[in-house]
Structures are given as structure tokens and as C-alpha cells.
Ligand binder design. Sequence first.
Ligand SMILES: C[S@@+](CC[C@H](N)C(=O)[O-])C[C@H]1O[C@@H](n2cnc3c(N)ncnc32)[C@H](O)[C@@H]1O
Length: 331
Amino acid sequence: MVGKELTKARAAEVSRPVKGYATALGTMWHGDSRHVLEKLKDNSVNAIITSPPFALTRVKSYGNEPEHRYVDWFMQFAEQFKRVLTDDGSLVLDLGGAWLPGSPTRSLYQYRLLIRLCDELGFHLAEDFYWFNPAKIPGPREWVTRQRIRVKDSVNLVWWLGKTEYPKANNKNVLVEYSASMKRLLAKKSYNQGIRPSGHDVGAAWAIDHGGAIPSNVIRAELEHDLLDNFLEVANTSASDDYQKYCREHSIPTHPARFPRTIPEFFTKFLTDEGDLIVDPFAGSNMTGVVAEELSRKWISAELDRDFVRGSIGRFSPESVTTNKIDQLYK
Ligand SMILES: C[S@@+](CC[C@H](N)C(=O)[O-])C[C@H]1O[C@@H](n2cnc3c(N)ncnc32)[C@H](O)[C@@H]1O
């Protein structure tokens, strides 16, 4: 199929989502997630964890809304998000930054979106997170590496929004390792109690071992990035290896902007319980779905591009895929 025919066929696929594949706990839909969301019941989803296409000024292979239309476009999805979330449900949005075309200044789209989500739809900003990815490639070239008047952008903003002020959350599920000094302090079991110069009152409770430290809202995680992996010749022993191998063997392009496991894993553990339902309406390679499956959560994902749907099967063991329609549809 070439040219117009292919375009028509793709448009048809998109207007009516089809079941791509399913596992014991979830389904990956191929199609526009707006239509998938329409079918979900009110108050039925515990968390939406997603990374929508960013408002890039340079269009990626999977297409992005231009910066000036982005927020209006996104609001159509957001209305459905609000409806399908439970009252204690969470919306987690990973949004990369964008530079304005031809200018060494940044787009405000992430902030505009946040304000409209809260002011117009009544979402509550539970907390802002910062995904620190030190391995990001420096850009835009003109400002960062040629004129040297800007530095490397190394964070994505991640808005954690609640449908109400009290989304379900438990930071005991995401404790991190204590620092070396804290470990020493816990081992010593005694220290000077009292007021510190910072004004903090350090009481007896500080010496209790809670099994780990409370994490901060900065999450360090490196992108699953083919280019970097090749460039650094990193021996990639992670599960992303299986995904890449599967795509290579089936001649399917890998997704260019995949979540590192850490991002969906952190929010899944923090904001949901086993048996809860997680939705990713911009699923790409379905990292959210596979993490949900491994953590015994139900999941529903949707992805517009059939090749990304096909490739994402490679994230699951063949035994766990109970239905595989996408490969029958597009041999
Ligand atoms: C940033 S990527 C998500 C990557 C994903 N987090 C992963 O780990 O692979 C955004 C994805 O949204 C998809 N997309 C864009 N509009 C969509 C829509 N209306 N319905 C479903 N998917 C859509 C794009 O094709 C793209 O793969």
C-alpha cells in the first residue's frame, strides 16, 4: 500500500480503535485514545501515567502539535481524564520543555497547560516533580553549542495532579536508600538532640530507622535512548534490550522517546495499589503497561501508531500475551 491508500487506511484505523493485544491484566489499543477514553466508565481509573507528545517546535516522527495549539488540543483529552478518574485518582503528566522557534527563549506551554487544567477543569496540583536526565543531548545547537548563551536542558517537568486535593498516595512505598551519614547516625543510635542553626528541632524520632529515606521530587533517570546507547557503547543489560531485540528481529522501528522504567515505576508504586487500574493514553512502547503488569496492576494503554503498538509486544514475555490481533492485522 502506498501514498493516498496508506493514508486513508491509517485514518480509518484511527477513527475506530482496535484491540492491539492483551495480557491477563491489560489491553493495548491501537487508535486515538480519545475514543478509548470515551468507552471508560466515570470514576473507574485510579491513575493516568503518561508522557504525551510534547509541544515541539521540531516535529518528531510520531507528530506533535505545534506549540501555539498544544494546550487546546490537550484539553480534549483532559476532560475525559477528569471524568474517568476516581475521586482519589491521579494524573501524572511528563512534559518535556520546548524552545520557541528561532529564539533563545523557552515556551511556557507546560505552565499554561497546568493552569488551565487547574482553573478550568478543577484539577489540583498535588506536587510538581522534576525528572533529571543528565544524559540529555545538548540543544538547540544554535544557543547551546554555537553561541554558548544557554546551557543544556536536563529536566522534564512532571505534573502530579489530583482530581481532588487528596489523591491516594503512600511515600512508604517509594523509600530510597539512606545517605551514608544517615546510616552512620542510625548505627550510632545517639546524637545531639535540639534546635539546629537551620531552626529544625532534631528530636528522638530522627534516630528511628524507617527502612529508607523519603524521596525528593527530583527523579534521576536516564532516557532509554538508542542513540546514546550506541554512542556510549553501553552494554545495555536492561529489559529495554528485549524490546530493542524484538523490534530489530521484526523490522519494526523502535520508539524514539521511551520512558525509562523508573518514571512509571515510581508513580505506580507511590500512587496505586495492587489491583488498581492505570491508563496510559499516549503509550508509545507501553512502558507504563509493562510496569503495571509486573506490579500486579490492571492497565489500559492506547497508541496511535501501529508500529509502536507492534513493537511494544516485545516488552512482554510471549506467554503473557493472551491475544495478539495487531500482528494478524498488519502482517
Ligand atoms: C512521548 S511518546 C510516549 C512514549 C512512551 N511513554 C514510551 O515509554 O514509549 C507519545 C506517544 O503518543 C502517541 N499519540 C499521539 N497522539 C495520540 C492519540 N491521540 N492517541 C493515542 N496515542 C497518541 C504518539 O504516537 C507517541 O507514540
